[in-house]
Design a protein around this ligand. Structure first.
Ligand SMILES: [Zn+2]
Length: 318
């Protein structure tokens, strides 16, 4: 008992992950490749390892770059009561709220648009390194835009006594249950207006926030509190996480929401990649111009990796 008490003091809650968790982000980027048509799928398949592994680069950048955090979310309530009142275009939003407000409360739809244009440019230049970088990044931001708790000021349940729910929903649930999901999502479509589409995604995602939070609150109120968490010991520290029983119950109550959001993210990512290629004039993707990182980019990437390994997020956790 005493030992347990000491260990309890060292508890590391397994809540300290971000955005879909590494596992789900990598799976989503990986599966998006299979939505692509001929002309483009070959290139992505050849680089499947890169697209998968680098799905989490934007989260790693949060350890090195002060500007990175707000690119992953948008706290709707901190802008407007009604999401439809937020100006869709960056310049209009900038004029209305100012840069500081934007960088505090999140910019994910505009980040999707920005990364999309970088990808179109990379395709037009037939620069394979940049195509891969921006594809992986774009996949990440689109993935984040599908997570309800990335669209609310109550992003980790901190306003409703539900701290931990962020990683519970986006990391723990997919890690436990996604092997049973159906990931056949069909073929990528051409997106006419990448910014409008980003807002469409975000508005739908935000409409799910209430369900995500209320169902967990209700479950917490009825579930035996001593069975809510499980503890496991590793290297003299106790890891605390939502128990399997609790996770199962919540997952059932979500009624496939996590699966639907992962499926939607996969199809959207494929569609954005495909559209960027079309907008660049459908360049031939064999024998591309640049195949190696230049030394400066390599140095920057190494720096981010080092900062990430040291492990301090700049800005907020979620
Ligand atoms: Zn993220």
């Amino acid at each position: 008992m005493k030992r347990l008490t000491i260990l309890m003091a060292l508890i590391i809650p397994l809540f300290l992950c971000t955005s879909w968790g590494f596992f789900a982000h990598q799976r989503i980027n990986n599966l998006a490749i299979f939505t692509l048509p001929t002309g483009i799928i070959g290139f992505y398949k050849k680089n499947i390892k890169y697209i998968t592994e680098h799905a989490v680069d934007p989260d790693k950048r949060r350890y090195a770059d002060t500007l990175e955090a707000p690119r992953h979310y948008l706290d709707v309530e901190n802008y407007e009561k009604d999401i439809d009142s937020i100006p869709e275009k960056w310049n209009d939003a900038l004029a209305k709220y100012g840069l500081k407000h934007l960088n505090t409360n999140g910019i994910v739809p505009w980040q999707i648009q920005r990364t999309y244009f970088s990808l179109v440019k990379a395709f037009a230049a037939r620069d394979s390194i940049k195509i891969l970088k921006y594809s992986a990044d774009l996949g990440h931001y689109i993935g984040d835009a599908h997570v309800p708790l990335h669209t609310t000021a109550n992003h980790n349940g901190q306003l409703t006594n539900q701290v931990g729910i962020h990683a519970f929903w986006e990391s723990r649930l997919p890690e436990l249950f996604s092997t049973n999901y159906n990931f056949v999502v069909g073929k990528a479509n051409y997106i006419k207006n990448p910014l409008k589409q980003a807002w469409k995604i975000l508005k739908h995602t935000h409409s799910l926030v209430d369900t995500v939070l209320t169902f967990e609150a209700k479950l917490a109120a009825t579930f035996p509190s001593d069975k809510k968490y499980s503890f496991s010991e590793r290297n003299n520290t106790v890891l605390k996480q939502y128990s399997l029983e609790y996770s199962k119950e919540y997952h059932n109550q979500m009624n496939k929401m996590v699966e639907r959001q992962m499926r939607a993210a996969i199809l959207e990512i494929g569609s954005y990649w495909y559209s960027a290629w079309v907008d660049a004039g459908q360049p031939e993707l064999k024998n591309l111009v640049r195949l190696e990182m230049n030394p400066e980019d390599k140095k920057a990437a190494d720096h981010i990796e080092k900062k990430y390994q040291q492990g301090t997020v700049i800005g907020r956790e979620f």
